[in-house]
Write a protein that binds this ligand. Structure first.
Ligand code: AMP
Ligand code: ZN
Length: 493
């Protein structure tokens, strides 16, 4: 992008830090993926839009990106702090299906959302149950010095590592309000590395281990896959802000134990150099939670007629570290903003193709045009400043609005910015963005045919007939929009 440094907010130090790759020319990133016991909600998807923007920015900086996103298909309990049931086992019992079928169904649903939101494929989707052997090896290597066994499993003693909980800034004694209901646990914050299958029970997912039949604790998988696939220390670990409180402090403790390293005043002792967390998408009417029956899925937005990329834009309109409130009005506003950009991009693509064919342009970073250079710089400065997408978006819009300039150059600049923001401006058409609720039965051909008749009636000054056609369309849920500034002739209501 430019030679200026990329600055990212490290949750571990609570400071903006310059990104310095662990391996020259590379960026290795691990993102905590979904627990596939249910559909992801749009809040979960905000976490992956954020990770995607991070990945695109690192790639744009010329770094070779290795991005891993895991799929949690075992070990995540209904409470992050080791209480309750395994989410996968619980859902499988409720649905009377095998865990494997549940995992497959919801992993595919998650991937469909990833695709719809234009989130790039990571280097690998690492599935937790493919790494059980590695988890056992990891656990064995830290068991003697850092763990103890009790009735329910093998537990990690959080007092055996320096600075436990620094990421959360939690008071260890109080274990962040965690209630110690597990018998035999030494400290409230201690957590399960291995959960034994209770005597007399049979779990769908269980494996042999030195501590009896059972399943790994949730935190173990991310330590193991991070180390195995990226090597300690890797560059960046991401997740939602909730992971800053329990999951990631526990992962860090395991990593410290595994590496035999000291305290966290040296960030690399944590397993990663930088820990980044996106803030939550919230909903006024209540908590956004996928364990709470009805919840907001991307498919619901699509069924209501919103293009999924309007939700991507909604995410980018807020900085990833700010809380973002979801509302349908907000989504509609994002859709309108996207429509305007797409209309400008459509015109630009047309002009650019009419402009000199085969003209050779320098790379965008070398453009010196006085109208474009400041916008390219503004865009880069925003992205390099801890991924400030709200400002970057304004640079993109300003670039689309520049007048009296070579269309080829302008096209190159817009494409360059969109490569980072991923809004697919040159692939979308105005038509793709038309609000089309799933329940709408009238076809576009029928609407076009009625509008043609109406045009003829109006040309013949037969206003009664024209109004009748308008009413006929209204009865079928079509609002005719004469003189709409965005050039829409109709919308479905
Ligand atoms: P889960 O499938 O529950 O493990 O969550 C997947 C990802 O979504 C994690 O990184 C969570 O931290 C993140 N997450 C959960 N709820 C929200 C929310 N409302 N807004 C943004 N991110 C969230
Ligand atoms: Zn994780």
């Amino acid at each position: 992008m430019t030679d200026a440094p990329l600055k990212l907010f490290n949750s571990l130090t609570r400071k903006l830090e310059e990104f310095q790759p662990v391996h020259a020319g590379e960026a290795r990133v691990y993102t905590c993926g979904p627990t596939v016991y249910n559909y992801p909600h749009i809040g979960n998807m905000r976490a992956y839009v954020f990770a995607d923007i991070l990945g695109r920015t690192l790639s744009h900086q010329g770094l070779k990106l290795t991005h891993i996103i895991n799929i949690t298909d075992v070990g995540h309990l209904t409470d992050d702090a080791d209480e309750g049931e395994d989410k996968m086992e619980k859902m499988a019992a409720e649905k009377a299906q095998s865990i494997w079928d549940i995992a497959k169904h919801y992993t595919e649903a998650y991937w469909a959302d990833v695709k719809a939101l234009n989130i790039r494929q990571p280097a690998r989707w690492s599935v937790a149950t493919d790494y059980i052997e590695d988890m056992l090896e990891f656990a064995k290597s830290i068991a003697d010095k850092h763990c103890y066994e009790c009735e329910t499993g093998l537990y990690f003693d959080t007092t055996t590592v320096e600075d436990y909980g620094r990421l959360a800034r939690a008071v260890t004694e109080e274990g962040e309000g965690r209630i110690d209901t597990v018998e035999g646990k030494r400290n409230a914050a201690d957590f399960a590395i291995w959960r034994k299958t209770p005597r007399g029970e049979k779990r769908q997912m269980e494996w042999d281990s030195p501590w009896g039949k059972g399943a790994p604790g949730w935190h173990l998988e991310c330590s193991v896959m991070g180390e195995k696939l990226l090597g300690f220390p890797f560059d960046i670990h991401t997740g939602g802000i909730d992971h800053r409180e329990i999951h990631h402090p526990n992962e860090i403790a395991q990593n410290q134990a595994f590496c035999g390293c000291g305290g966290l005043s040296t960030a690399t002792n944590s397993g990663a150099k930088i820990w980044m967390h996106n803030n939550f998408l919230v909903e006024r009417s209540g908590k956004m939670s996928k364990s709470s029956g009805e919840f907001l899925r991307l498919q619901l937005l699509i069924d209501k007629g919103y293009h999924p990329l309007s939700y991507r834009l909604m995410c980018l309109q807020a900085h990833y570290r700010s809380e973002l409130e979801f509302s349908w009005e907000g989504l509609t506003a994002a859709l309108t903003r996207l429509k305007r950009m797409v209309m400008a991009a459509e015109r630009l693509a047309q002009q650019a193709s009419e402009a000199k064919q085969g003209q050779r342009l320098p790379s965008v970073s070398e453009f010196q045009h006085p109208k474009l250079r400041p916008l390219i710089d503004k865009f880069a400065a925003a992205m390099l400043d801890d991924l400030n997408t709200p400002i970057a978006l304004t640079a993109l819009e300003e670039a689309l609005a520049v007048k009296k300039i070579d269309a080829g150059m302008k096209h190159a600049v817009v494409a360059y910015m969109d490569e980072v923001l991923g809004l697919d401006l040159f692939k979308l058409s105005r038509k793709d963005l038309r609000v089309r609720p799933k329940h709408a039965e009238i076809s576009e051909e029928q609407i076009d045919e009625a509008l043609e008749r109406r045009k003829t009636a109006r040309a013949d000054k037969d206003f009664a007939a024209s109004d009748a056609i308008r009413d006929e369309l209204a009865a079928q849920g079509v609002e005719v929009m004469d003189g709409d500034p965005l050039g829409w002739e109709w919308k479905l209501t």
